[in-house]
Design a protein around this ligand. Structure first.
Ligand SMILES: Cc1cc2nc3c(=O)[nH]c(=O)nc-3n(C[C@H](O)[C@H](O)[C@H](O)COP(=O)(O)OP(=O)(O)OC[C@H]3O[C@@H](n4cnc5c(N)ncnc54)[C@H](O)[C@@H]3O)c2cc1C
Length: 555
């Protein structure tokens, strides 16, 4: 891996011949100082930009064709501004589109529009690009990563730090301990090769193998509540929790959201959510999370990261929540939005290799490292399908292992069709992972055919597991009514048979999303019989807040 990557020049054109030609001309002139990345559509280019952002690299120039079917060049540049506001923007247009290009000067603060054809490049392309790159270099992206992480390639603690930063959308530069710059930083911090991961902030503060809470504090995430009493505590920072925080805070409730790891929840791990209302080109979980988080903060919600809630008590008119470290927080009302967590694949050898080749969920951090290698994905639901599409952009071959005969029972049609169109994706029916092994990291997998029982061993360094999820609600045992799988029961389901839940103290029935403890609501995937979609989670978060108001008014 390169210690410090060259800044990126990104070019997009839906016509492969034009795209190749632009990239070739750019590489010939700038290839030694810049990394030229090309994409065939706006959505693909936005995905690439998000990866680049998460890796903490910089983008100097965006050169987009205007007329593209899925997303025009102007629309792409507008979206790209959210990610890399300092990158210079060029629109490639035909003569007939010059009006659109002129309009774009205002819409996306366009730096230049370049008429096709741009030949000879020495006259028409390079002088323009030279000027723009000089201007970019003189005003570097203020948000460029200055946080550095030094670690070993196949080290679970190093992976955990990078994954935490990526999930919390904190840009960083990743350096290997044996790279010259990594070694220099270790020496400067008085640390040795064994003291990894080492985290170095822009201000020069260092931490060796920090806990998630230490890391969160180091990079400026809020970890402690400002008050000890709130109108509303939201537990969980996925779409339901963020939805509740946005509506709660915007409607004047003193609101704090408590998240044990990173805001975004499961949705934050999705490479592309295609069915969320209002995003016809799809939206990555990271982008949706970033926007929701900024929206919640704008309305005045507090967002705490790395704080796990481990207990809930009824204290008369207050509801008290215990944190893992023994501290507490209280509120009039609570919205539980703790979602679900991945089920663990129980096969010999895998537990010890988790984070070292074996991963749960798809991790944006790892995808670019899979270039030119085979990737194994376990699972046949939509999350596995999305991951297969995502990894196919990097890996030589993506093997999808499923228990069933085909994907039709478990995956949406649009994803099955997408997978069918990708040659490098191969679905293996009736196949399970029987074990994994490797010294430093995953090196081999044993696969079993469920019909014949036959096993075979394959060389494999990358295994991504998506085998369903379950709620982690044991801490609510004895406090709230849960179903037999641990999902929290709410509203009318609590009065089935005409009897209110045991201990229910009010003369009314529980409101729709209210749990068996008045004033405590459940929203999103953690709720029994919920729909398990981003849109419904967000909707339930909003609806829970309207019920919070109703509860508070009656107090
Ligand atoms: C890879 C993937 C792709 C998906 N793609 C789509 C899609 O395309 N379209 C779609 O509609 N849906 C999709 N889904 C499903 C969708 O993401 C979920 O339905 C949605 O995220 C549920 O939101 P939630 O807020 O209820 O829970 P979650 O997203 O599960 O969030 C719960 C949060 O609570 C936190 N938490 C849990 N317990 C505690 C505790 N005790 N203390 C503090 N914090 C806690 C967790 O860390 C987590 O961040 C996808 C899911 C995955 C995994």
């Amino acid at each position: 891996m390169v210690a410090m990557a060259n800044p990126v020049i990104l070019t997009i054109d839906d016509d492969p011949a034009v795209s190749r030609a632009v990239a070739r001309d750019l590489r010939r002139h700038y290839g030694d100082r810049y990394r030229v990345v090309r994409a065939g559509s706006g959505p693909e280019a936005l995905d690439a930009l998000r990866e680049i952002k998460l890796r903490g690299e910089q983008v100097s120039l965006l050169l987009a064709d205007h007329r593209m079917p899925e997303m025009t060049g102007v629309e792409f540049l507008e979206a790209a501004m959210d990610l890399f506001p300092a990158a210079r923007r060029v629109l490639l247009t035909a003569y007939a589109d010059t009006d659109a290009a002129i309009d774009a000067i205002n819409v996306v603060d366009l730096d230049h529009y370049l008429l096709k054809p741009w030949h000879p490049p020495e006259e028409k392309l390079y002088p323009v690009v030279d000027t723009l790159l000089d201007a970019w270099a003189a005003t570097p992206d203020a948000s460029a990563a200055e946080l550095r992480v030094v670690g070993h390639r196949w080290s679970a603690p190093s992976f955990a730090v990078r994954d935490f930063l990526a999930r919390n959308l904190v840009p960083y530069r990743w350096l290997l301990a044996d790279d010259p710059e990594g070694a220099r930083l270790l020496a400067a911090a008085g640390a040795g090769e064994a003291d990894v991961p080492l985290v170095v902030t822009a201000e020069g503060k260092t931490a060796v193998a920090p806990t998630e809470t230490e890391l969160a504090a180091l990079v400026g995430l809020t970890v402690a509540p400002a008050e000890d009493f709130y109108d509303l505590v939201v537990v969980g920072g996925g779409p339901a929790g963020l939805g509740a925080a946005v509506y709660g805070a915007s409607e004047g409730l003193r609101t704090v959201l408590v998240e044990r790891r990173a805001t975004g929840g499961q949705a934050g791990q999705s490479s592309r959510i295609e069915n969320y209302l209002g995003f016809p080109e799809g939206v990555s979980g990271a982008q949706l999370t970033d926007r929701a988080r900024r929206q919640a903060l704008k309305f005045g919600a507090e967002l705490l990261t790395t704080r796990e809630v481990v207990g809930l008590t009824d204290a008369g008119s207050a509801r008290v929540l215990d944190f893992g470290d023994g501290s507490r927080i209280a509120a009039h009302t609570v919205v539980l939005a703790t979602g679900v967590a991945y089920r663990v694949l129980d096969a010999p050898g895998l537990a010890g290799l988790t984070g070292r080749g074996v991963f749960y969920g798809s991790t944006a951090t790892e995808a670019p490292s899979c270039v030119d290698q085979d990737v194994y994905i376990v699972g046949g639901a939509n999350s596995a399908g999305q991951a297969a599409v995502h990894f196919s952009r990097y890996a030589t071959r993506v093997h999808v292992l499923i228990r069933g005969a085909d994907l039709t029972a478990s995956m949406s049609r649009y994803l099955i069709d997408q997978l069918d169109r990708i040659d490098s994706v191969q679905v293996h029916p009736h196949t399970v992972v029987a074990g994994g092994e490797g010294d430093d990291h995953l090196e081999r997998l044993t696969l079993r055919d469920t019909r014949t029982g036959e096993t075979r061993t394959v060389d494999a360094s990358w295994l991504f597991i998506f085998i369903g999820a379950e709620p982690r609600t044991d801490w609510l045992d004895g406090t709230l009514v849960r179903d037999r799988r641990g999902f929290v029961v709410t509203g009318p389901d609590l009065v089935a048979g005409g009897r209110r839940p045991p201990g229910w103290s009010l003369s009314r029935d529980p409101y729709h999303l209210e749990t068996s403890l008045p004033g405590v609501f459940a929203a999103g995937d953690v709720r029994a019989e919920s729909v398990k979609r981003v849109a419904s989670a967000v909707g339930e978060g909003a609806m829970a807040v309207s019920l919070v108001h109703r509860y508070l008014e009656a107090q």
